[in-house]
Design a protein around this ligand. Structure first.
Ligand SMILES: NC(=O)c1ccc[n+]([C@@H]2O[C@H](COP(=O)([O-])OP(=O)(O)OC[C@H]3O[C@@H](n4cnc5c(N)ncnc54)[C@H](OP(=O)(O)O)[C@@H]3O)[C@@H](O)[C@H]2O)c1
Length: 247
């Protein structure tokens, strides 16, 4: 049976667990071959590769710290060389450093900007060298870029807000090449970064309209829609998958 992403190749940064893993698996279930990056957790990344192969697709795991721009470039090139083309880039890996502004260090500032802003820019810059017409770039932002309900998010929210500008400007620039660029802003999503049974979960649930966390698969569904043929006329957009957190 033909699938929506048959013949396509995707790269998902931070695809070994959490939202990135759900995205990688959904892309594969819809027919794409998938490369994923991880930072340190080789076992989890290898497990995802096995799951994707079990779904009948090719997969590779690439160790690449998104804080290192040379590693990001190399990861994109390895995905292209290893799987033969590159149609879909999902900039998912993220750094989540919180605290009162006077407690945040210069190192934490550099790390956040490197992983959350510079890496999506560099990965996109490298990917478009390989990407044919019909290509897709999907950035993973955050609801916290839109609504500041808690103190301590200045650095994280600032970094995720940068993705709005990147998404719009790149959407405009790459439109003539029939490459779309979109931003998916998850709300509270049950991962190791933000577990649904964590100490602040009840408070967080109260800020959503639906009253509960998303599953990583809920975010993956939006990403896969944008990546597929039905998403062809959407570009420069922000899609909130946040249970109404930002209403
Ligand atoms: N969960 C939420 O509630 C939520 C809400 C809004 C936005 N988001 C955003 O969604 C994205 C994914 O979050 P998540 O909750 O799925 O996180 P997660 O469960 O902590 O998973 C993070 C993944 O990214 C990888 N990663 C982290 N830092 C990296 C780096 N410097 N270089 C390369 N890979 C790196 C990790 O690799 P290793 O396994 O090797 O460590 C892991 O595969 C992030 O951009 C986050 O900001 C999450």
């Amino acid at each position: 049976m033909n699938k929506a992403l048959d013949g396509k190749v995707a790269l998902v940064t931070g695809g070994g667990r959490g939202i990135g893993a759900a995205v990688a698996l959904r892309l594969a279930e819809d027919g794409a071959d998938v490369a994923l990056t991880f930072q340190q957790n080789q076992e989890r990344a290898d497990d995802m590769v096995d799951q994707i192969k079990a779904a009948g697709r090719r997969a590779i795991a690439i160790q690449a710290d998104s804080a290192d721009p040379a590693a990001v470039v190399e990861a994109v090139d390895r995905a292209f060389d290893g799987l033969g083309r590159l149609d879909i880039l999902v900039n998912n890996a993220g750094s989540f450093l919180l605290g009162p502004i006077e407690h945040l260090s210069r190192e934490q500032l550099e790390e956040t900007i490197a992983v959350n802003v510079r890496a999506p820019f560099v990965a996109s810059q490298t990917a478009v060298r390989h990407m044919p017409a019909g290509g897709r770039i999907i950035n993973i932002g955050s609801n916290m870029a839109e609504r500041a309900v808690f103190p301590g998010f200045s650095l994280y929210a600032m970094s995720k807000t940068a993705l709005i500008g990147l998404t719009k400007a790149l959407g405009r620039e790459l439109g003539p090449r029939k490459i779309t660029v979109n931003l998916v802003n998850p709300g509270p999503t049950d991962t190791e970064l933000n577990p649904a049974d964590g100490p602040n979960a009840d408070t967080i649930n109260g800020f959503t309209a639906l009253g509960h966390y998303a599953a990583p698969a809920d975010v993956a569904a939006a990403v896969v829609f944008l990546a597929g043929p039905d998403g062809r006329y959407i570009t420069g957009a922000t899609v909130n998958v946040d249970g109404g957190f930002t209403i």
